[in-house]
Design a protein around this ligand. Structure first.
Ligand code: C2E
Ligand code: CA
Ligand code: CA
Ligand code: CA
Length: 277
């Protein structure tokens, strides 16, 4: 189709058809992968300024029989379009609860949180709250250790409904972070009304904060805003000591990024923390 040039109108673009059938194949494959239990729960540590573990973010991986470890960027969007995000999200929720229980029984002394990403379709399910409470109860996980990461666009699609769902879960101790903060359009009035515990500064602002004065200003503003609203902040995508130092200097107290640790299988996090035998 490329050789045909930009001006040529086609009703049937072979490139597009290839993309469509590839998507269909991927959908079948993902459905199979879900049934075959090919998903893995990875975790990335969140640390304080002394490097002490505060908690972790659950990040799903697909251990594909032929392709190896597939990152969520390659299948979450498709899962959202096809509805497969519902069984996938349920699997992640149950795996996260099981992990919390395992950590609580292990020799890990200090309790810490596990954050779970939630897609809009999953969050708007009529029985989302019931499903979460069911998973907590069935596993015996402590709700105080569970936290959900929701994006601005998700929260603002229906603010009243978002608040109601969050309040119901908060009554049981579940926490809420706003993910990728700064990339959406949230107005300050909404931010004040939403029952949040935490903001996560998007890694897009962290990346260039030492070279781009706009990004530096945005990060400082987010940190000041969070302080005045009494929200904690996690900076995402911290890769260099310079970024870490800048964030600390402006009052950030929780950090996530390759500088500290990459996402790892959930079981490894525990091993990394336990004192060597
Ligand atoms: P996110 O929620 O913004 O997650 C952070 C992403 O940044 C992760 O990518 C993580 O591996 C990556 N990251 C962490 N530290 C660094 C760093 O220092 N530098 C750079 N360049 N990247 C870093 P990942 O694991 O590929 O996940 C991508 C996205 O997929 C996540 O973005 C999240 O939106 C989505 N996702 C992951 N797991 C789930 C899930 O269980 N459910 C849903 N609905 N979405 C998920
Ligand atoms: Ca996240
Ligand atoms: Ca994020
Ligand atoms: Ca992101």
């Amino acid at each position: 189709a490329k050789a045909a040039g930009r001006n040529t109108q086609r009703f049937f673009d072979p490139d597009m058809q290839a993309a469509v059938s590839m998507r269909a194949a991927l959908e079948v494959d993902l459905r199979r992968g879900l049934n075959q239990r090919e998903l893995l729960l990875y975790c990335q540590p969140v640390v304080d300024s002394s490097g002490k573990l505060l908690g972790a973010e659950a990040l799903v991986r697909w251990n594909h029989p032929r392709r190896g470890l597939v990152l969520p960027g390659e299948f979450i969007p498709l899962a959202e379009q096809t509805g497969l995000i519902l069984p996938l999200g349920q699997w992640v929720l149950e795996a996260a609860c099981a992990q919390l229980v395992q950590w609580s029984r292990s020799a890990l002394t200090r309790p810490f949180f596990l954050s779970v990403n939630v897609s809009v379709r999953q969050f708007r399910q009529p029985d989302f709250v019931t499903q979460v409470l069911g998973a907590l109860q069935a596993s015996g996980a402590n709700p105080e250790r569970l936290r959900f990461e929701l994006t601005e666009s998700l929260l603002l699609t229906d603010v009243e409904d978002s608040i109601a769902r969050m309040e119901q879960l908060r009554r049981h101790g579940v926490g809420f972070s706003m993910d990728d903060f700064g990339t959406g359009y949230s107005s300050l009035s909404y931010l004040k009304r939403l029952p949040l515990d935490q903001l996560k500064i998007d890694q897009g602002f962290v990346r260039d904060l030492q070279t781009d004065p706009n990004d530096a200003a945005i990060v400082r503003t987010i940190l000041a805003l969070a302080r005045s609203l009494d929200l904690s902040v996690v900076a995402e995508g911290v890769e260099t000591p310079g970024q870490f130092e800048f964030l600390q200097r402006h009052g950030c107290q929780a950090f996530q990024g390759y500088l500290f640790a990459r996402p790892m299988p959930a079981g490894m996090l525990e091993r990394a923390l336990l004192p060597a035998p």
